[in-house]
Design a protein around this ligand. Structure first.
Ligand code: PLP
Length: 470
């Protein structure tokens, strides 16, 4: 393909994108295909001769498009959002066409220095103390892995990387049942072992770790000759939005010199609105915090903001400096690959810059406030219906509910059937989770293009399909 063809196709794809986004409401939200449908349409071997872009694009529309779930659909209420805004797409397009590799300062100085400044902007936007310094990770899972590795090294006197774990102290890390499974995976990969992830019981309306139980577990482990290393606390857990009491957790951690990592992958974005910051009261006492602008701020995947109080600990845990990666004669530079597991890095700060400048904090705050308001409105509408019950109250824009008509016996099966029927219908998309031993339906509002009408549409659709079921 030559650059003239590239420009022609770039313009065609931009037009196509406008049409796609404007007509999203006409498409089913979740892909309506069966496993293997797409695979069966893809030739089993690569083409020997090159093909025309017309042919490739025609197949993209015919084969790929029907097999996609539309994450930018205004009636996507499942999981958490993975928002993309037009300025973010344009920034990523520029990053894609320039395609810099941003592993070191010298391999893309603008990307490094933009990342430094954008993480400062994000830190201020969230109201975090200025002792935090930030780095962009590809995902919250990577940030949490980096935090658990740091906990491990710190607790082992920085010997783990060098000596391996055998013969060293048995580490213990604490969290509640509400944290995302990325914590479990971090524990596995760090060699701490699932058995050493201590689950602290929760209490209260936010399903927070019980501080007394946390401290008792730490004391018991110390008495048993084990080595407490750190705590992973959550703000806005994946299932139902559970939030730990960050202040209490940090105070206990300080007593036992433990590292605290706060996973606010989804809810962190809402902290750009000062009125929601009570959810993470005390966060400035934590050692690290992660949140995903790629969830709820429209800075599309991958863009995870990882703030650390002491970057030296992170760098001591992850940095390797072979001669071929050294930059001689430049003082005071940051090589962000030393702050993360992968060496290679895309230019991700550009989309933060574009999005913050185009919408301003005002625009992003308004979007989040709308989502929270509309989710509460839907909660009230469902609560007023005789055959629906609210199971967990909204945390920001996420709540859970059940369909529980009189006389229904197996409510778990009924609610799973309701979720499946709604998603096969395709007008909206929601998912299920388990809490309090029950299968419940999760609802979150978070789409950039969603309107209040879309949320009210979800209410009508849920009611209509539920009643048709019974
Ligand atoms: N933490 C929480 C609370 C999440 O909800 C998620 C994903 O939804 C993650 C971590 C993992 O995020 P990522 O896909 O960025 O690794």
């Amino acid at each position: 393909m030559n650059w003239d063809d590239f420009a022609t196709w770039g313009a065609r794809i931009s037009d196509w994108a406008k049409g796609y986004h404007r007509t999203l409401r006409d498409r089913p939200v979740r892909a309506q295909v069966a496993p293997g449908d797409i695979l069966a349409q893809l030739p089993t071997a690569p083409p020997q001769a090159g093909e025309s872009m017309d042919a490739v694009f025609a197949d993209f529309e015919k084969i790929v498009m029907p097999g996609l779930t539309h994450w930018q659909h205004p009636r996507f209420f499942a999981y958490f959002p993975a928002n993309a805004t037009p300025p973010s797409m344009l920034a990523d397009y520029l990053a894609t066409v320039i395609a810099p590799q941003c592993m070191l300062w010298q391999t893309s100085p603008a990307a490094t220095e933009m990342e430094t400044r954008m993480l400062q902007w994000l830190r201020q936007s969230l109201g975090l103390a200025d002792h935090f310094e930030g780095v962009i990770q590809d995902s919250a899972s990577t940030a949490t892995l980096a935090a658990v590795l740091t906990m491990r090294e710190r607790a082992l006197g920085w010997q783990g990387n060098e000596k391996g774990l055998s013969g060293l102290d048995t580490l213990r890390i604490y969290c509640s049942e509400e944290v995302h499974t990325s914590v479990d995976r971090a524990i596995w990969i760090a060699g701490v072992g699932q058995d050493n992830l201590c689950r602290v019981p929760t209490h209260g309306p936010l399903r927070s770790m019980q501080p007394d139980a946390l401290e008792a577990a730490i004391k018991q482990d110390l008495a048993n000759g084990l080595k407490p290393a750190g705590i992973v606390a959550c703000v806005g857990g994946t299932g139902t939005g559970g939030c730990d009491d960050i202040s209490a957790v940090c105070d206990i951690a300080a007593k036992y010199d433990l590292y605290v990592h706060v996973d606010a992958a989804w809810a962190g974005a809402a902290m750009i609105c000062p009125e929601y910051r009570h959810y993470w009261e005390g966060v400035d006492k934590a050692d690290s915090v992660v949140f995903n602008p790629h969830k709820w701020l429209g800075m599309q995947f991958d863009c995870s903001a990882h703030f650390v109080k002491n970057p030296d600990d992170l760098v001591r845990t992850l940095a390797i400096r072979p001669e071929y990666l050294k930059t001689h004669g430049a003082d005071g530079i940051i090589n962000y690959s030393e702050w993360s597991v992968p060496l290679g890095r895309r230019f991700r700060a550009l989309k933060i810059w574009f999005v913050l400048r185009i919408y301003g904090l005002d625009g992003l705050q308004q979007m989040i406030r709308n989502h929270v308001t509309w989710a509460h409105e839907l909660r009230d509408l469902l609560a007023a219906e005789p055959d629906f019950e609210i199971v967990t109250e909204p945390v920001l824009s996420l709540f859970t509910f059940r369909y529980a008509p009189d006389g229904a016996t197996d409510l778990d099966a009924l609610n799973q059937r309701l979720v499946d029927t709604i998603n096969n219908d395709g007008r909206i998309y929601i998912t299920q989770t388990r809490t309090k031993g029950q299968l419940v339906i999760r609802f979150q509002a978070g789409q950039v293009d969603a309107t209040r009408e879309d949320v009210l549409f979800a209410f009508d659709t849920i009611k209509e399909i539920a009643r048709a079921l019974s």
